[in-house]
Design a protein around this ligand. Structure first.
Ligand SMILES: [Zn+2]
Length: 237
């Protein structure tokens, strides 16, 4: 059993979009699993082996269990039922109370497709006759990362203060030596490997922090309104 499952299309997506929240949940004592949908084999930089090592190093820093669903990089959307099935298998194996994944309408087709597959899977994993040879399981909630490139951000349903764990997120991100800004790695230039992308990650955390009166934060949407039993107990802003 895991408390929270974070699904990213590629190794590094969960860290980029929710690494501070992941680290925070681990600090709070929750068990967290990160599932990378693909091995990132279509990435402009880095080999599958390099990326697997980077993902493992980052998982160690964050304190999470990490699995890979081995779906085709660049082609998750080509076979959505197959992607859904892999996610159902992961949900039934890890039995997370809460699931996080990409948002619909993300600029990257894989991000968009895995968001759809995870949404379907959260339903199908509780269908008795959807047979994977495992016990059925219904996650309680599905949340989506806010922060797609070149898109107006969706209005967050909630924002998590990650000021205390922002440095852990950055340390985890530095594990992705082939992917993110790193002068010691030679490879073709990409947006994500540029200093600009690094700056944008910090700026985005600062922007969301500004909305809740903290230094750094990460934002999420929910598919349904969130129940709050005691609105007076919410943190001050
Ligand atoms: Zn990605």
């Amino acid at each position: 059993m895991t408390d929270a499952l974070f699904v990213g299309a590629h190794p590094d997506d969960a860290e980029i979009l929710a690494g501070g929240t992941i680290a925070k949940l681990v600090r709070l004592g929750y068990s967290v699993t990160v599932a990378d949908a693909t091995r990132g084999e279509m990435g402009t930089r880095g080999t599958v082996e390099e990326r697997a090592q980077e993902a493992a190093d980052s998982a160690k820093i964050l304190g999470v269990t990490r699995v890979n669903l081995a779906l085709p990089d660049g082609g998750i959307g080509n076979d959505l039922p197959a992607a859904t099935r892999r996610v159902v298998e992961a949900i039934r194996e890890h039995r997370p109370r809460t699931v996080f994944t990409h948002e619909f309408g993300d600029h990257h087709p894989d991000h968009n497709a895995i968001a759809q597959a995870v949404k379907y899977a959260c339903f199908q994993s509780n269908v008795l006759k959807y047979n994977t040879g495992q016990e059925r399981f219904l996650p309680s909630r599905l949340f989506h990362y806010v922060g797609s490139r070149n898109r107006t951000p969706r209005t967050p349903s909630f924002i998590v203060d990650v000021t205390e764990t922002f440095e852990v997120k950055m340390e985890a991100l530095r594990c992705f030596r082939s992917q993110l800004a790193n002068k010691d790695y030679e490879g073709p230039e990409t947006y994500i490997s540029s200093d600009l992308a690094w700056h944008h990650m910090e700026a985005r955390a600062g922007f969301f922090g500004n909305l809740i009166g903290t230094r750094y934060a990460e934002a999420f949407t929910a598919d349904a309104p969130l129940r709050i039993d005691d609105p007076v107990s919410l943190p001050d802003v």
